[in-house]
Design a protein around this ligand. Sequence first.
Ligand code: ATP
Length: 514
Amino acid sequence: MDDLFKKLVSHCKEYGFIYPSSEIYDGLSAVYDYAPNGVELKNNIKTYWWKSMVQMHQHIVGLDAAIFMHPKTWKASGHVDAFNDPLVDNKDSKKRYRADQLIENFLDKLDEKINKEVEKAQKRFGNQFDEKLYRETNPRIQELKTKWIQVNDRLVKSMSENDMAALKQLIEDCEIADPDSGSRNWTEVRQFNLMFNTQLGNIAGEEGKLYLRPETAQGIFVNFLNVQKTSRLKIPFGIAQIGKAFRNEIVARQFIFRMREFEQMEMQFFVKPGEEMQWYAYWKSKRMAWHLALGTPAHKLKFHDHENLAHYANAAVDIQYDFPFGFKELEGIHSRTDFDLKSHQELSGKKLQYFDSELNENYIPYVVETSIGCDRMFLALLSNAYTEESVPDSEGEASTRVVLKLHPAIAPVKCAILPLLKNKPELVDKAKRIFDDLKFTFLCQYDDKDAIGRRYRRQDAIGTPFCITVDFESLENDTVTIRERDSLKQERVSIAAIEKIIGDKISWKTLFEN
Ligand code: ATP
């Protein structure tokens, strides 16, 4: 899987998806730029999310709040005091880690050991095997489970009490070694605030201190009454936003999985207090369906309940994706209670209450949030789409191709138009005319360089779902061949039919109906 990850990173660079930021100066750690194909894919992901949230729901509207916000925002939200990660350094390797993640990885290893025990027994006992009973009674599994529970309880307690010494002790008691060097020579664990800050104009000191927002959600909270009133919304309703967020991450070694500048797609759903758990369940299932509709296999996605709840939440779950480095958070669904609105009301002195005309009373709504990183979604889709396979070449010999099997609706380029030969002006003219017609509807590419087989491979590598080839028969009867990326099937169709054939396959409507 490590190998797949390396291949993905270099594929992204070579085929114009992602570049390291300011590469001529050797890059900037955990900051990346989206290249021409990358920006198309990213925009399509955002469109899919925006349409599914705003266009498909009558009671959800959009917002685009500024990145800079009044500094009190971050005091009220708890980010100034509590948006910390526990940091620990290894004295020998000089590598820095998040202490909680080192311990979580240790817990994952215990889980793996338990699963291995089960697998071994399954092989031994065959059809007779009762997994549930085995898990409940096998002494070795019981021992590992007890250890898991003890370590997890200590982790949750030290995190919720901000007890850094207890975290250090836990690392020592579990004999956790630096994954890089194997050394157990750790520094003390320290708190580290993840917010970037800057200054407003020429105002020096605390007065002018500004933060780059670490999440987009607060822009929604502070605008909650503005939006509710101007859009005349009744509870339950939602506000959706896509935008940049910034976090000074301690460990950022996983390409676009953990960046210091990234993009979030967040929706805050405002509900009547007491109804939040039913909406939490609703959004859990809606969001999972959103992922599955893109063709991501169900076994690569799973829910993971939070043991260690954030200061604002009364329930929280992650949708995890099986990245090349294991199952990790892709999206969070959180029941945030009335924490944020209440804190903003207290600190600003402005009422942030909703008047419920049915109940004839004012209250602060509860909030259920869905929050997904656009960049992590990009990485998940690319990891799932990247395929190396053996296919017959034009002579019928087996050859290897790299193909991105992206859903046609989100693929960067929808269709490539390829004249069979570039030195035949009639073919080139006809192909260019087709391009000029289709460009109004889809993002197309015209390509006449190299042999046709190589051109197909180039399009496969960026995930283009359709290739149109203009050949000599096209000149006689206005037909072309249309090649489908995954099946490699080629069909002869009339030029007039291309727009509809491709249009149906890439349509958002088809995707949503599925
Ligand atoms: P993690 O535990 O991985 O640090 P988180 O729980 O802090 O993530 P949230 O605050 O819930 O993340 O943010 C919502 C979403 O934003 C995440 O599910 C993820 O997709 C995305 N996200 C968060 N931090 C980053 C980052 N540094 N780089 C890229 N995406 C991120």
